[in-house]
Design a protein around this ligand. Sequence first.
Ligand SMILES: [Zn+2]
Length: 50
Amino acid sequence: MSGKTIQCPCGYTLHGHTDDEVVRAAQEHAREVHAMELSREQAMSMARPD
Ligand SMILES: [Zn+2]
């Protein structure tokens, strides 16, 4: 099973099993913790395969 990981500059690590999951997790984290709107492109550019 593969997935994606995003390491936020704040030190938080996000995981998702699919691109959609990791993008959604990153958007929620950015909104709740950083009061930022993250685009799908921005989230995907930060994502690395697990
Ligand atoms: Zn963060």
